[in-house]
Design a protein. Structure first.
Length: 194
């Protein structure tokens, strides 16, 4: 298991922590974010505009002779919407849907990414040190064209957390890695964000 914590920065989407846990199928990622939509995006949701958020994960291996190798690249999309008929907010990801009485409740769930399978068994080599990174971003590219144009000139429509980066290595032994914290930078099983 690898656990990374960072301090919050002044931004609309901020990543607070990330944790990778070994399981039978490989490794899953859990992360915590702080999301502040702002008045304009809240008003858009309340008027029926669907907001698309994307959680991104990358795992790279450093190569001295060429560009870094991207070993794993994953993205997971979430849709946040408001349904005036039922007066409920809806958060969807794939075939999964949840309804909420308030926008705050929906954002609270969106801000807690849990058990996302990001590394499949056999995709990485044991004992090799990789660079892991994750972020959460508002994805205006999936919205209607009028909002895509607005996103080009308006920061509120292009929110994204910074990439949280840390080192990651599957241990040589079969047991899950021990938790790492920000003081463990450079350890074989995890480390601090850069």
């Amino acid at each position: 298991m690898c656990f990374v914590v960072v301090s919050a920065r002044a931004a609309d989407v901020v990543i607070q922590s990330a944790q990778m846990v070994a399981n039978d199928d490989g490794y899953s990622l859990s992360a915590n974010f702080s999301i502040n939509l702002g008045a304009r995006l809240e008003a858009a949701v309340n008027k029926g505009v669907v907001l698309y958020f994307a959680a991104d994960f990358e795992l790279t291996r450093s190569r001295w002779y060429w560009f870094d190798e991207k070993v794993v690249q994953r993205s997971k999309t979430f849709q946040l919407s408001y349904h005036a008929l039922t007066r409920q907010y809806r958060l969807s990801s794939g075939a999964l849907h949840q309804s909420f009485a308030s926008l705050d409740d929906a954002l609270r769930v969106l801000s807690r990414l849990r058990y996302w399978q990001v590394i499949e068994k056999g995709e990485i080599d044991r004992g090799v040190v990789y660079a892991a990174a994750t972020r959460l971003r508002l994805d205006p590219s999936q919205m209607p064209k009028t909002f895509q144009v607005s996103a080009l000139s308006n920061r509120e429509w292009s929110q994204s957390s910074e990439w949280l980066r840390w080192t990651f290595s599957a241990p040589d032994q079969a047991e899950p890695a021990e938790p790492a914290n920000s003081a463990d930078s450079g350890s074989a099983d995890g480390g601090a964000a850069k």
